[in-house]
Design a protein around this ligand. Sequence first.
Ligand SMILES: Cc1ncc(COP(=O)(O)O)c(C=O)c1O
Length: 445
Amino acid sequence: MPVEQRLRLVTAVPGPRSCELAARKAATIANGVGNVLPAYIVEAGGGILIDVDGNQLIDFGSGIAVTTVGNSAPAVVARVREAVERFTHTCFMVTPYEGYLEVAERLAELTPGDHPKKSALFNSGAEAVENAIKIARVATGRPAVVCFDHAYHGRTNLTMALTAKDMPYKHGFGPFASEIYRAPMAYPYRWPGDPTRVAEEAFAQFESQVHVQVGENQVAAVIIEPIQGEGGFIVPPVGFLPRIAQWCRDHGTVFIADEIQTGFCRTGDWFACDHEDVVPDLITTAKGIAGGLPLAAVTGRAELMDAVHIGGLGGTYGGNPIACAAAVGAIEEMQSGDLCGRARQIEAIVRARLQAMATRYEAIGDVRGRGAMLAVELVAPGGRQPDAALTGAVARACHARGVVVLTAGSYGNVLRFLPPLSISDELLREGFDVVEEAFADVLAG
Ligand SMILES: Cc1ncc(COP(=O)(O)O)c(C=O)c1O
């Protein structure tokens, strides 16, 4: 039965049943596994999450940019149901199946560039990033990888090394993988140099640091999120990504675009690289690819992908048949429903709301992002000092009023909005009415 598309609170959020479950969580689940909002969900669809107490919450998080096509999207459910009744697992490395090939064929068509491409499928974003680095190292015979300030690439050992932020992602978990080097990110709002030359200056620093500290011919790969996700929806200025891609071409280095958060219509294009016609050598995808089922991929130039010896890539569950069926359904839904266009419509509504709020609240220092991936950076009045306490207070006030929002940013001062693209305009507007109320209350109080 379709989920009613209406915000409705019948208890406090979280309610009593959720609190009982939270007590069970405290007794059985490791402390390190946190919850943003401990309202336990029993059903979801469109733009609504229904919790165990019967509250209907507006979803501005999409399970961290995963349910782009919506929760239990009909095209995904139909494909999954049909697949799960036939078989659940064989391991593609043992006895293969067609669904894996279908996903790889879609990826070859949809990802940037018209060169011959191949893919390998995995379970999580971090696993895809690890494998992209493995491929780049074998293909080039070089050890070093360059990543950026404010980057997030995952929580495994190699991806923690690539991720920038200490707490909570890296703190105490070292030592980390070696041969990882970090360059400044073109972060317009916080660029210390000339605000009109951020792309040029950031690229010049990248070029000089790599030359001095690493050596161009040692660099296997440069990895970058075309719009940084966990780092705070940082959009590099036009020209930065093409310069990095060109530098990689000039030096025989593999350019890896980590589109795990930005991919699959989220930013109003199939991939964020499309915005400036940047063609990565390898692209990592996950999250939105399969409507909520765990699936990830590395897709790239056939000659790079084929550099690895047989048996060098894989994993027991990578490209699980149910997840592949879900991905085929999700991609069909994105194509038939023009979800790239829908992301741009959502951007028009949300950006206007956030910009209007920024004129009223001095605490909103910056409004940024693209498509249905927008954020505000909150600062102390009169300057740009990050205000993480205010950000947390506004997020909690949204949660208490039934709107699920997420925070982000190296300084914890970014409120980010990632609604499912299946949300209605009406619900989107209602959700932002609540966000505005939350701002007004917190700032008044
Ligand atoms: C850009 C980016 N890369 C990698 C990852 C890691 O993905 P996963 O959590 O599926 O391992 C994430 C997750 O947020 C991400 O946003």
